[in-house]
Design a protein. Structure first.
Length: 202
């Protein structure tokens, strides 16, 4: 049996031929009869679909991947996985390298390539952290995804809700019904939390 293994860090990954579609086309063209697809970051040790595939594969079967870093992006993880598969008699076919074995030269080449993959990943993390550190110095910076609508837009939409339905306000403002519902609930909760007046009328 020839298995194809595809991993994307996210469903929208498009770069460097690593999109789901590009990998799927490549492994099928290489003869994969069954394809396992996983959306999982390569830095994670536990990759459920890969684990299932390894458990299912028998001696003489082939596992096809487009690039070595599909197994993992750290040298230790990928090397251990590939070495164990070959030792068990499972053929590992990396499309941009060919069929791997556990010879000294093969191990050297894959360790070098995996080192570059890990280096690339570490650079991405480093740049991201540097970008966040710079952003935190700017006035008004807030962690997380920026809000799509400003407070004035939400306030206006809530005013419209007094005389219109959620669907009507959504069409008028472009704000989704779920966002409107959350904003209204939040406003009502804040109002209910206001302390009661201590003035007593006689």
């Amino acid at each position: 049996m020839k298995y194809g293994y595809i991993r994307v860090s996210s469903k929208n990954q498009k770069t460097d031929g690593n999109s789901l579609e590009a990998q799927l086309e490549a492994v099928k063209k290489a003869g994969a009869e069954k394809v396992c697809i996983e959306t999982y970051t390569g830095s994670k040790i536990d990759r459920p679909e890969l684990s299932k595939l390894i458990d299912s594969a028998n001696k003489g079967d082939t596992i096809i991947v487009t690039k070595m870093d599909r197994f993992a992006r750290t040298v230790s993880q990928a090397t251990e996985t590939i070495t164990n598969l070959i030792d068990e008699g499972i053929i590992v076919h990396v499309l941009n390298l060919g069929v791997l074995d556990n010879s000294s030269m093969s191990v050297l080449v894959r360790n070098l390539l995996l080192s570059f993959a890990q280096f690339e990943r570490d650079l991405i993390i480093e740049r991201t952290q540097e970008g966040r550190a710079i952003a935190r110095l700017k006035p008004g910076y807030k962690e997380g995804r920026p809000k799509k609508y400003n407070p004035q837009q939400i306030t206006l939409a809530l005013e419209l809700l007094k005389n219109h339905s959620y669907n009507q306000v959504s069409l008028m403002t472009g704000i989704s019904v779920s966002t409107l519902s959350r904003a209204k609930r939040k406003t009502e909760d804040l109002q209910s939390d206001k302390p009661e007046s201590n003035v007593i009328c006689l």
